[in-house]
Ligand binder design. Structure first.
Ligand code: ADP
Ligand code: ASP
Ligand code: MG
Length: 411
């Protein structure tokens, strides 16, 4: 029987009572004869607290020591969970990412897993140990701690499931599965029975924090189904992220995502000549600032406005890099808008259907929500709106596409 890889998120491990409850769930599966590898996140809001500590010391929230600091959170959970399992009479061993053979590149705080050497994990399994691994972390080529970006322990779990030949990755969290939108924003959100990798990837990339986007990419690449379910509510069936979706018709919107982590940078009156965009975005890339959407207006008298969006945390850096480049190019002012959010509708049905954009824009207009920018992919339409209107926009779109109503079941 292939081993089982489970992951428990921070809210599932928020205190020692929850850790003991999770240990009992794991023990029950092991007593039923399964071999378990368990990936854990830091307890509760520990990662936020560690970030807070760093900020009390310095505004520089990146680099080697910052990664090392954040990695401590997951190590606390591994040790406590292994101790709880031993207390229940089950031999368990806690491993850091490095001890588990998780190797990454050397981007300290947005590292990508490059290789997993599962020798140690296999050795521990052969000794009948339950293996508890610190998620979100790995080891750089220089043997330093790296972290995978916020929410990254989902990615650790899926990568380990692929490396160990697990039948699926089980992600346990504080909601019953993947919903049509964040149930904390719209209580009418409905749990999905299953969802295709491509749709979940778009939702996650556009802010549905229930899964880390890179985890879905790895699931898709290695064809590992990912089960998202509740660690609190054992009786509820979760959501399966997989290739073929059988329970919902493809011709409808599957979900609405909200990303509140957005700032827009506008460079006014940019000279309309070749090579300008390359200079601005080249400088941002050299400084390691990821740019999300880019919109350039039509040129009027050889001058255009260029707007791009970055993560909220990056706006100061983006401004500091863009201003001198804009001045050198003879552009106008650089303007920042940091009270923005992106609201997206996602569904593979959009590839073949018509009218999705019309319905979306009509619904937002009826609610007097102004759209500042529109971007699309084959299976997504995204509107940039003001942050204060964003949650209402999510509810308006959820209603407009009737996502609270169960879809007809296809058999
Ligand atoms: P964990 O600590 O288990 O990793 P996260 O907080 O990262 O948990 O992810 C779970 C949260 O994701 C939920 O509490 C919910 O508020 C949020 N969320 C956002 N979009 C969705 C969605 N479409 N379906 C379910 N939960 C969502
Ligand atoms: N503890 C990390 C975070 O809060 C990783 C994770 O929870 O997935 O982002
Ligand atoms: Mg998470």
């Amino acid at each position: 029987m292939p081993p089982v890889v489970q992951k428990y998120g921070g809210s599932s491990l928020s205190d020692t009572t929850r850790i003991k409850a999770v240990a009992k769930r794991i023990a029950a599966r092991v007593e039923a004869g399964e071999e378990l590898i368990v990936v854990v996140s830091a307890m509760g809001k520990t990662t936020d607290e560690l970030i807070g500590l760093a900020r009390e010391i310095t505004p520089v929230t990146e680099g080697r020591e910052y990664a090392m600091l954040l990695a401590t959170g997951e190590m606390v959970s591994t040790a406590l969970l292994a101790m709880a399992l031993r207390d229940l009479g089950h031999p368990a061993i806690a491993l850091t990412g490095a001890q588990a053979g998780v190797y990454t590149d050397n981007t300290y705080n947005r590292a990508r897993i490059t290789e997993i050497d599962a020798t140690r994990i296999r050795h521990e399994l052969a000794r009948d140990h339950i293996v508890i691994i610190a998620g979100f972390q790995g080891q750089s080529p220089d043997a330093d701690f790296t972290t995978l970006g916020r929410g990254g322990s989902d990615t650790s779990a899926v990568a380990l499931a692929a490396a160990l030949g697990a039948a699926q990755a089980e992600i346990y969290t504080d909601v019953d599965g993947v919903f049509t939108t964040d149930p904390r924003i719209d209580p009418r959100a409905r749990k999905l029975h299953d969802i295709a990798y491509e749709e979940m990837l778009e939702l996650a990339a556009q802010g549905a924090s229930v899964m880390h986007p890179r985890a879905i990419e790895l699931g898709l690449l290695h064809e590992i189904p990912i089960l998202v379910a509740s660690s609190f509510n054992g009786d509820v069936e979760g959501t399966l992220i997989r290739k073929e979706v059988v329970m919902e018709p493809a011709n409808r919107v599957r979900g609405v995502a909200l990303d509140s982590d957005v700032a827009a940078v506008t460079v006014r009156a940019v000279p309309d000549r070749p090579g300008i965009a390359a200079q601005i975005f080249g400088a941002l890339a050299d400084a390691g600032v990821p740019v999300d959407t880019i919109v350039q207006n039509a040129s009027v008298e050889k001058l255009t406005d260029m707007t791009f969006t970055v993560a909220h945390d990056d706006w100061r850096k983006a401004l500091a890099i863009t201003e001198p480049v804009a001045a050198k190019l003879g552009s106008g002012q650089v303007i920042i808008d940091h009270d923005l959010a992106k609201v997206s509708i996602v569904g593979t049905g959009m590839q073949s259907g018509v009218g999705y954009a019309a319905t979306m824009f009509r619904a937002l207009a009826t609610a007097s929500i102004n759209i500042q920018e529109i971007t699309t992919s084959e299976i997504r339409i995204t509107a940039l709106v003001s942050a204060k209107e964003a949650e209402n926009a999510v509810r308006v779109l959820h209603e407009a596409f009737q996502l609270d109503e169960p879809a007809e079941v296809q058999t």
